[in-house]
Ligand binder design. Structure first.
Ligand SMILES: Cc1cc2nc3c(=O)[nH]c(=O)nc-3n(C[C@H](O)[C@H](O)[C@H](O)COP(=O)(O)O)c2cc1C
Length: 165
């Protein structure tokens, strides 16, 4: 079976997952900007790996542009966010909201914990989080939205790779 992993990352955790899964499967992992139609047309399977930022999956635009072609493939989505991976419902709902046109079933979405470290943010994200910091009054909500997290766990990919075999 032939496949590729197409990813969208801002800070690198989605890229790490995409490349590690690529190694497990012997498939190439490509940043979405380099993924051209002709490279995908021949494949059986496409893995769409993307971060979630303010509820939005970065890969959405690319996937929408290639929707007709993707609908003919076996698809698996890797959704990477700040939420714990135990909460697969959160990740599935986010994937359906962003990629609903692919008619995703639960087993086609794997939610993976990412990494969010404010000290490493670019200027725009720093500004955004500083503004949120001032706006959010409830301490529990503050902790939930603003705290640093490093949930990257590459061992979760073994189960994901099984789904693709
Ligand atoms: C501005 C911003 C917004 C975010 N919004 C969400 C979100 O809505 N849901 C979520 O689960 N994680 C959210 N996160 C956490 C990221 O998805 C997480 O850090 C992920 O690992 C980033 O992937 P990347 O390193 O590939 O860019 C957000 C992070 C940032 C910086």
């Amino acid at each position: 079976m032939s496949g590729k992993i197409i990813y969208y990352t801002t800070y690198g955790s989605t890229q790490r997952y995409a490349e590690a899964l690529g190694k497990l499967l012997g498939w190439e992992a490509l940043p979405y900007k380099q993924a051209k139609k002709a490279q995908i047309a021949e494949l059986d399977t496409v893995v769409l790996a993307s971060n979630i930022r303010i509820g939005k999956m970065g890969i959405r635009k690319w996937a929408k542009r290639h929707a007709e072609m993707l609908k003919k493939k076996k698809i698996l989505v890797l959704a990477v966010g700040g939420e714990i991976p135990d909460n697969q419902k959160y990740y599935y709902d986010a994937a359906v909201k962003n990629l609903g046109f692919l008619d995703l079933k639960q087993e086609q979405v794997a939610g993976l914990g990412g990494r969010k470290i404010r000290a490493e943010f670019n200027r725009l994200d720093t500004f955004l989080f500083n503004s949120l910091d001032k706006m959010i009054k409830d301490p529990a909500a503050k902790e939930d939205i603003l705290k640093d997290v490093d949930l990257v766990d590459l061992s979760l990919l073994t189960g994901v790779a099984e789904r693709l075999k």
